[in-house]
Design a protein around this ligand. Sequence first.
Ligand code: ASP
Length: 351
Amino acid sequence: MSLTGRHVLSSDLFGRDELERLFTLADLLTPVSRGRKVTRVLEGAVMASLFFEASTRTRLSCESAFLRLGGGVISSTGVEIMSIAKGESLADTSRVVSGYCDLIVMRHPLESAVHEFAAATNVPVINGGNGAGEHPTQALLDMFTLHREFSRTGRTLDGRRIALVGDLRHGRTVHSLMKLVTRYENLTIVCVAPEPLGMPVGLLELAESRGHRVQVSEQPETGLKDADLVYATRLQTERFADQPLPYSDAFRIDKALVSRVCREDAVIMHPLPRDSRAASNDLSTDLDEDPRLAIFRQTDAGIPMRMALFASVLGVADTIADSLRPAAWYRPDYTGPHDAPFYRNVGTNNR
Ligand code: ASP
């Protein structure tokens, strides 16, 4: 299936073949994401990023990815500064913005908004997060991270035990991730959440229909045991209004819990942001020096994966290999204090 010209509204779009093609392309683009090589395959193209809801990583990494491909970016954040505040429909805004750009990345608190937006235009629309619905580009970068982390230790994704933990009901990243991991084979998927925050039944059924073993647990202490991947998520308080939260400190994924129950070669991920305040029950900062914590390798993977997606949707993926040339400016070998072991070969393979 060609991705050229397609809207990317759900991760339903990607089968295993597309995922693996994107991994190969993202590997090729990694030196560009690290400022080691330059490409200009999207020279002259314009991306519009429209974020009607808070974002740090998705907006900035999409914009960085498009710029590193040689394109330009126009962007708008928040409803209050757009004509929607004057009563303009999403369809009209979409039709107007489509005339200004070649691709739109959009985030909106309403699940239906991104579909309405896409229906009004032929310019590809990429879902940057629609309410509690989906977040397909996050799931793509999560899959690319998993592919890299498991390859490093000689494993593949097939046959793994995966624990998804936290607010699985409202967390859109895990919804998109369920649709992608289940494209692989023979998984055990453990969904660890208090009952009211559990994974939507339709997604549990999807996993079962694709031949995986699915377990539901309310206990991180047992649910995380023996998992190859622990994927923690934040309590999505913005989707709760003022309801009491059925969440206890058993859901704090910290050094004590990880050393009691996690495998030595587990991979620990989180889509971020994590809530790092003292009383929060989220992924703890006391794990920051643990090499199993892959969260910043995960954010770094967002740029090459989103570059691979944009290049594919705009039909220039095949021209990338021949377009690469060395970059001239200074870049450190690695960017964070704990990254060194994972970026040892930065001079050769630029990972
Ligand atoms: N950044 C992710 C999202 O936009 C995860 C989160 O906010 O918890 O869905």
